[in-house]
Design a protein around this ligand. Structure first.
Ligand code: TRP
Length: 353
């Protein structure tokens, strides 16, 4: 990719290491491990982050899968990847070390223990983000685990702030990811994610109130355009995330809303049209979405669903932006659901890809 240095930070090299044995395995053989990163068990997902400021990043979410995978073996492989990356990139690991014993259980439960996101920006070495699973010791243990992790990171008040705005509907609202930026920039973040089962727009508008300066109408508009309505979203859940930066004194600086758009459209042609309706409203260029789609697939968009897996909106003091998550579909394409006669795609009626 133009602008990326051709050295140890080479994105291709980083990606190869990220995937471990899964990256060396021919795609004609079944997946080594049922990774939850993507629906078809590919342990990788791409995303394009478009900042209102004009900044762009390409990100790769991945799960290292070793030759003999298993809950403990996967943690081992992930730590090996992190050690390698720390030798090559300028990583800051003190936050990771402060909480790893909480989240890296000997017998991990849930769908994963450690994921990474590799963040690529032109002219800069790759940055890394790590995701822990708050459910790793079971659903009931998650609140105490998250509270303790935040406390160790000096964010003592964060738990109550988040709980009072995002954990209001009993078991329907629950922690899904706990993430750390592994660089030392002034905006290096601790990020906490909450899934909201069967939520509607009001649920996430309320969740966003924890962050100063967020206009709840922006969320409602985003759901209406990209999600086709204000809910309830009864398929895969809407997800809220809060970012804490050290400079933010324990208050979240950003709120993001993730829409698993693939559950709310009949196929990717409709998904693209709905994302573009939001792009139009947000002043983002349609060509950038199409370029990203063209980079990961050559298939007709109406022949499947889930290429566009999620779309997210980030709001707050530390930048506003939209991110589109694209599946590699390396193993499988999910069949389209078929369109209802009334459900015409909005905006552009035909995809040109
Ligand atoms: N595939 C999982 C899911 O859809 C995890 C995941 C991957 C995810 N990328 C995401 C969740 C982006 C929320 C947002 O739930």
């Amino acid at each position: 990719m133009a602008g990326f240095p051709d050295d140890d930070g080479d994105p291709v090299v980083v990606l190869r290491e990220l995937l471990d044995a899964a990256g060396r395995r021919p795609l004609t053989r079944p997946p080594l491990w049922p990774s939850d990163v993507a629906d078809d068990a590919t342990p990788v997902e791409f995303s394009l982050a478009l900042d209102e400021s004009g900044d762009r990043a390409v990100r790769i979410l991945g799960e290292p899968i070793p030759e003999n995978p298993g809950p403990a073996a996967n943690i081992h492989a992930a730590k090996r990847f992190l050690t390698h990356m720390a030798q090559r990139l300028d990583l800051t690991l003190h936050r990771f070390h402060a909480v790893e014993d909480l989240f890296l259980a000997e017998e991990p439960q849930g769908k994963f223990a450690l994921w990474f996101s590799v963040i690529l920006r032109p002219g800069r070495p790759p940055a890394l983000k790590v995701y822990f699973n708050p459910l790793v010791r079971g659903v009931d243990a998650a609140p105490a685990l998250v509270a303790e992790a935040l406390r160790r990171l000096g964010l003592d008040e964060a738990y109550d702030t988040v709980a009072s705005s995002a954990l209001r509907r009993g078991a329907a609202d629950r922690f899904s990811f706990f993430a750390l930026d592994l660089d030392n920039g002034p905006l290096s973040r601790v990020k906490l994610y909450i899934s909201h089962e069967s939520a509607d727009s009001a649920t996430v508008e309320r969740a966003a109130e924890a962050v100063d300066g967020v206009n709840p109408m922006a969320l409602r508009e985003f759901l209406t355009l990209a999600g086709g309505g204000t809910g309830p979203f009864a398929g895969r859940p809407l997800v809220s995330s809060y970012s804490f930066v050290e400079a933010g004194a324990g208050r979240p600086g950003n709120y993001s809303l993730y829409l698993p758009i693939r559950d709310y459209v009949p196929d990717d042609e409709v998904a693209r049209a709905q994302v573009l309706a939001h792009f139009d409203r947000a002043g983002l260029p349609a060509a950038e979405l199409d370029r990203a789609i063209g980079a990961v697939t050559g298939r007709a968009l109406r022949d499947g669903t889930g290429l566009i897996a999620h779309v997210s909106l980030r709001l707050g003091r530390f930048g506003t932006g939209t991110t589109v998550y694209l599946s590699s579909e390396a193993y499988a394409v999910t069949a389209p659901r078929g369109r209802m006669s009334t459900a015409q795609p909005r905006g552009t009626a035909t995809a040109t890809l």
